[in-house]
Design a protein around this ligand. Structure first.
Ligand code: ARG
Length: 463
């Protein structure tokens, strides 16, 4: 135990660290999550040290065997995390030294915890990004399934939360798909910037040893090495990228959640969610609440908060490494966990959606949702659009006064609004006619939604 608490940097100190300072500066209870990456990075480093002649074959063999033992000990939960050893790097080094002594004391040659932690973070983030992209694809597949099921189901489309024009539920779902597609692209793109190896930057200026950085990068599956050592150890923009991309993703999930919550409300009753994904009230026996979706919406705050957190951590740090950066792990882990959980939760909810098609169809008829189609009808009969707008506005006012939908106005009255109005107008005033007519690329007509679904399936299968 006495051996274990020996700090690798203690040489120049004459006093013991204050107990509170030890606790305050320790990150081990958070960064122990990086253990396997730290061990892998160390394996790469010592193999390279052997390559360049700093470690003998015998030393390397000993170190690698000891690393395996430490890994198993951590995996089995047999290591007691100790604040006096600050972080995962010092714990692993101290374990190695207590196992094999002198050879282990050479492990940190040409390496600093500054480039070590930057490497661990990048290794961790690579896996996290891969997991997130996979989770997005799972959600996208569920959305496509639902869109296929409901591609002809008419519902109102809204602007300002007022009924605007009829659309299909399949069309709405495909909007969600393409939003997620861009999220996926953002994460995939950021991967390239993460996948560069900082190890060898050492404390800030590189090393006087003849380290082979490219060897290490290759061993760890990086695309290459970072270009400048000062930058390598000091910036955390790859974490900012990740949390920023996560924030945009969360804004999307939050909006999907909000839509479903509104549509589930008694007043709308567009959607029913399975009992499995809802919760009840401790006092009101009738309640069935969409808490899972509310939590996704709520957790958006957690992720946005971490974006402000990481931006503030890096702001105004003098070059190069400062201990402020230790706080990046909380932000990164919290964000990654929240994103992965929210994606899984949303996937489960999407699977449990049932659309009350009769209700959404009736709702689409309300609010004079085909008024634009009426105007377009007049335009096709050579009425300038601005005049057509005015004419239909008057017809809407008539309908409101007489408590009718547009297609319920008797033809005798309707034809008075313009001489070009003929009986075929009623085809254009129906909600199905309206949806079918939206054949522009990306529109809500069945043929266009089919194309969107086909493209989406292609995009998913390409990945
Ligand atoms: N635990 C530290 C971190 O997470 C590791 C780097 C410490 N470096 C140092 N020079 N104090 O950032």
């Amino acid at each position: 135990m006495a051996k274990k608490t020996k700090k690798p940097w203690q040489g120049r100190f004459t006093k013991k660290t204050h107990q509170f300072v030890e606790k305050f500066t320790s990150s081990i209870h958070i960064d122990n999550r990086l253990a396997s990456y730290d061990i892998w990075g160390t394996e790469a480093h010592v193999k390279m040290l052997n390559e360049v002649g700093i470690l003998t074959n015998a030393e390397l063999k000993k170190i690698l065997a000891a690393l395996k033992k430490v890994e198993k000990k951590i995996h089995d939960g047999k290591i007691k995390w100790d604040d006096s050893l600050e972080d995962i790097h010092m714990h692993i080094e101290s374990e190695l030294i207590s196992l094999i002594g002198n050879a282990a004391k050479k492990v940190h040659t040409g390496r600093s915890r500054n480039d070590q932690i930057a490497t661990d973070m990048r290794l961790y983030l690579r896996d996290e990004i891969i997991d997130i992209v996979e989770s997005i694809i799972i959600l996208q597949k569920k959305i496509i399934n639902l869109a296929e099921k409901y591609q002809n189901s008419i519902m109102p489309g809204f602007t300002h939360l007022q009924v605007a024009q009829p659309v299909t539920f399949g069309f709405v779902l495909m909007a969600w798909f393409f939003m997620l597609e861009r999220d996926k692209e953002r994460f995939t793109f950021s991967f390239g910037r993460v996948n560069l190896c900082p190890l060898g930057a050492a404390a800030l200026s590189g090393s006087s040893h003849k380290l082979n950085r490219k060897y290490v990068a290759k061993f760890l599956g990086f695309d290459g090495v970072t270009d400048n050592s000062l930058d390598s150890v000091s910036d955390r923009d790859f974490v900012i990228d990740f949390i920023s991309n996560s924030s945009i993703l969360m804004s999307h999930l939050s909006r999907f959640a909000e839509e479903i919550i509104i549509w589930c409300s008694t007043m709308y009753n567009f959607i029913e969610l399975d009992d499995e994904v809802c919760t009840g009230s401790s006092i009101m026996p009738q309640k069935k609440n969409p808490d899972v979706l509310e939590l996704i919406r709520g957790k958006t705050g957690t992720v946005y908060g971490q974006l402000v957190n990481i931006l503030t951590i890096v702001k105004a740090q003098p070059f190069a490494y400062n201990r402020d950066n230790q706080e990046d792990k909380k932000a990164l882990f919290d964000c990654g966990d929240t994103i992965l959980n929210s994606l899984s939760a949303m996937s489960i909810c999407i699977d449990s959606i049932y659309l009350n098609e009769d209700i959404t169809k009736e709702a689409a008829k309300k609010g004079y949702s085909t008024a634009t189609d009426f105007a377009d009808y007049l335009v096709n009969k050579k009425v300038p659009f601005r005049d057509a707008h005015e004419i239909v506005g008057k017809a809407v006012a008539f309908a409101i006064k007489n408590n009718l939908n547009l297609d319920e106005i008797p033809f005798e009255n309707l034809k008075n609004f313009s001489p070009v109005i003929k009986k075929d107008i009623f085809k254009f005033l129906s909600i199905k006619g309206s949806v079918d007519s939206k054949k522009t690329l990306g529109g809500t007509s069945a043929s266009e939604v089919k194309k969107q679904i086909a493209k989406a399936k292609k995009l998913i299968n390409e990945k």
